[in-house]
Design a protein around this ligand. Structure first.
Ligand code: 3HC
Ligand code: NAI
Length: 705
């Protein structure tokens, strides 16, 4: 009998315990163990009822996601859990599922095959499969509507958000919330049951108004743009209302299979493991000593400083925020207060939570109290002289074990650190705007940054509810270094004849949260303009340079903040194509001798997305990113890249690196040296390899930070 699942007895109740840490995933051996024990207990005359419970921190977090890749690669056959769950449901003795932690995906499907479900109040249940690009594959789409009704099943299967025990009780998914110890409560509940109730025999909640499914599909197409799984999940729930249970399960299996083999699910699974992989930094051992961050200070209460301070307050860490003038300080604090009140109005948290968070933020104009801070984050204007002046001052004020972080988006961490006597304590903490919302935190290590400072930063990211990704100290680090060629190609395409709305529309359709030109308008075109002017002396005059962006700025068109940029904006910040911009583009193209032509959406995607992957390959081979997946996570968490495309590097893998490389070579012939393929891309393309494979080889070779 499998050790992953154990069977014990308590007063006529068989207790089946799943022991597959950390999350009791249904890895090979687990479902088999559960079913075998149910059959044994079912046939044992001394057993009156059965309780199934998870050992450790949770019930069952679902199928073992690692197995899906083996199934799609053919390394293992697809074994359906559905027939095994019928055996649990057909057990002649009451089977009670005792839920704590999470019953997700296959975990909830196992739970629904039992005759009753009890849970602790903190438990959550959900069918999050669509977040992995698949749908429930063990009759979840058939049993859930029978228990909770069609609307709830659609919501849970198509959107994947978990629900809490109280909601599950109200919806009929669970039968009781256990107040005290779960196992004791479940055993008492099991003893009280004399009959069984099979979920698959229920039908009273399956009646549905006409049009419900079409409306749900329409909504999912809007809110889950481009994704296959939410629609497939709705189709499968619909099958529960039009077919008998067995046929509904067959329909679900067909849809599951289709989703599982699509690139979308491979991409989303890559993103799931990627989000966890970036936290692992080779060379930084688990026992690396870390600093305890109990208090923080932020310099600058502008766009970024305010959001950064909110992150600390949200995590319960008291934070000082310093400005140069009372006016700037008041303005920054007013924005923080407004952001919090909006959250209260939207019901995200009550007023007292806002009050507590506001009380954790101390606005001031001096460095008072900075000497006690465990971390200081600088978020002043982007200028090396100012940053160095501030770090020089901090060096005199901060305690020796205080982490000194800069939120710079492009400047050298080493040069900033050189203004201090303790470069080992200096690091980049690059937040993304809006800093209180965006989940990415690029953690930029300088040449001398200590391992403890890196390890603390990675841990802190988690505490601040961010995904920390370690980057090396090159200009723009990972994200902004790559966004440069991406934006450059968008502007070149405009010059060559694609209207801005076509460029942004093509990328939006493709899945990006917004197109690059609209993104420029949102971030402020003047930011790039200032950087271009600052680095003008480094530009090779022989290289093509599109003047349009500068021309827009010279007209005061900085984007949304000035009501006009690549687009003009109405009072609701809705973009509208502007004939003046079209004229300006034509003028700029004529001045630069660029021949205008009709451009396909396909070319727009290739030119912009391959530019990202090519630069990403350079960053990788130069060692400024640890793994290709780190680059993907930067783009998914910080730049609105669609998770169902996996990130720029994984997307290039799915297209095939040979095809990407060949196209880049064509672009090089047409457009010159901006398109020189990265040597790593060339090497991987020629050997039929992939970025994913490169990551694996590097991991096997034990590369370190
Ligand atoms: N399969 C394999 N590994 C899993 C897993 C799963 N279902 N769920 C979590 N893990 C792994 C993680 O990769 C991580 O591994 P690592 O330590 O080596 O990095 C470890 O378990 C711990 O996970 P987290 O760090 O995410 O732990 P948290 O406590 O923060 O979160 C959780 C726990 C809420 C369960 C979260 O891990 C989660 O959401 N997991 C995925 C749940 C899911 O999507 N289930 C559906 C699977 S598909 C399915 O069931 C199909 C079915 O219909 C047939
Ligand atoms: P901002 O102009 O909105 O705010 C900067 C603030 O710093 C101003 O309020 C200014 O008064 C204050 N300040 C200047 N000198 C100071 C000093 N000596 N002491 C205290 N306060 C001082 O700028 P923003 O956008 O917040 O940028 C700050 C930093 O964050 C820059 O390095 C920028 O590159 C970086 N960044 C900006 C992002 C963005 O989208 N805006 C994204 C990520 C990083």
């Amino acid at each position: 009998m499998s050790e992953l699942v154990t069977l014990t007895h308590r007063d006529g109740v068989a207790v089946i315990t799943i022991e597959n840490p950390p999350v009791n995933a249904l890895s090979p051996g687990v479902p088999e163990g559960i079913i075998a024990h149910v059959e044994t207990a079912g046939a044992d005359p001394a057993v009156q009822s059965i309780v199934i419970i998870g050992g450790g921190r949770t019930f069952i977090a679902g199928a073992d996601i690692r197995e899906f890749g083996k199934m799609t690669s053919g390394a293992r056959p697809r074994l359906s859990l559905t027939p095994g769950l019928l055996k649990i449901e057909d057990c002649p003795k009451p089977v009670v599922m005792a839920i704590h932690g999470t019953a997700f995906g296959g975990g909830l499907e196992v739970a629904m095959s039992g005759h009753y479900r009890v849970a602790v109040a903190s438990a959550q249940v959900g069918q999050p499969e669509c977040k992995l690009g698949i749908i429930p594959g063990a009759a979840g789409t058939q049993r859930l509507p029978r228990l909770a009704g069609v609307a709830k099943a659609i919501e849970m299967c198509a959107y994947g958000e978990p629900i809490k025990a109280a909601d599950a009780l109200a919806s009929g998914i669970i039968d009781k919330i256990v107040d005290g110890e779960l196992l004791e409560g479940a055993i008492a509940f099991a003893k009280a049951q004399s009959s069984i109730r099979k979920t698959r025999d229920l039908s009273d909640k399956l009646a549905v108004e006409p049009g419900v499914f079409d409306a749900a599909r329409k909504e999912a197409k809007k809110t889950r743009r481009g994704q296959l799984a939410p629609i497939a999940a709705i189709d499968a729930v619909e099958a529960a209302t039009t077919m008998n249970f067995a046929d509904g399960c067959a329909k679900e299996a067909e849809l599951f299979q289709k989703c599982l083999f699509a690139d979308q699910s491979k991409s989303l699974i890559h993103a799931f493991f990627g989000e966890r992989a970036v936290a692992k930094i080779p060379g930084i051992e688990k026992d690396t000593p870390m600093y305890d961050i109990k208090s923080a200070a932020v310099i600058g209460a502008g766009t970024m400083g305010g959001g950064i301070a909110m992150n600390y307050a949200n995590a319960g860490i008291p934070v000082i925020i310093k400005e140069t003038t009372q006016e700037a300080l008041d303005k920054g604090m007013a924005i923080i207060a407004k952001n919090y009140s909006n959250s209260v109005k939207k019901g995200r948290f009550p007023q007292d939570v806002m009050d507590k968070r506001m009380a954790l933020i101390t606005p001031q104009l001096t460095y008072d109290g900075f000497e006690k801070a465990d971390i200081i984050v600088e978020a002043v204007f982007e200028g090396m002289a100012l940053k160095k002046e501030i770090f020089g001052a901090l060096d005199k004020i901060a305690k020796p074990d205080c982490i000194l972080a800069s939120n710079t988006s492009t400047l050298s961490i080493d040069e900033i650190a050189s203004a201090t006597s303790r470069p080992e304590m200096v690091i980049g903490h690059h937040f993304f705007s809006p800093a209180n919302v965006m989940r990415l935190l690029e953690i930029v290590k300088g040449a001398k940054t200590s391992k403890s400072v890196i390890a603390t930063s990675m841990q802190l990211a988690k505490k601040l509810n961010k995904v920390g990704v370690l980057a090396g100290n090159c200009r723009g680090f990972i994200g902004n270094r790559m966004v440069e060629p991406y934006g450059r190609e968008a502007v070149f395409l405009a010059e060559e004849g694609a209207p801005p709305e076509q460029i942004d529309g093509a990328l939006y359709e493709w899945g990006m949260a917004m197109g690059p030109l609209a993104m420029g308008d949102l971030a402020g075109l003047d930011v790039g303009w200032r950087i271009r002017k600052e680095y003008a002396h480094l530009r090779d005059p022989k290289l093509r340079y599109a003047k349009i962006s500068d021309m827009l700025c010279e007209l005061g068109r900085y984007g949304q903040k000035t009501g006009a940029g690549w687009y003009k904006y109405d009072e609701n910040r809705r973009p509208m194509p502007d004939p003046l911009v079209a004229e300006l583009i034509e003028k700029a193209a004529a001045e630069s001798g660029v021949t205008r032509r009709t451009i396909t959406n396909e070319e727009i995607i290739e030119r912009t997305i391959y530019a990202l992957a090519n630069e990403g390959a350079r960053i990788l081979e130069e060692g400024f990113a640890l793994r290709a997946v780190d680059i993907d996570i930067v783009y998914l968490m910080g730049y609105g890249f669609p998770a169902w495309r996996g990130g720029p590097m994984f997307y290039a893998d799915t297209v095939g690196l040979k095809k990407v490389y060949d196209r880049i070579c064509e672009f090089e012939k047409q457009h010159g040296e901006f398109w020189t393929p990265a040597p790593l891309l060339e090497q991987l393309a020629e050997t039929g390899s992939s970025f994913k494979e490169w990551d694996k080889q590097k991991e096997a070779a034990g590369a370190s930070a």
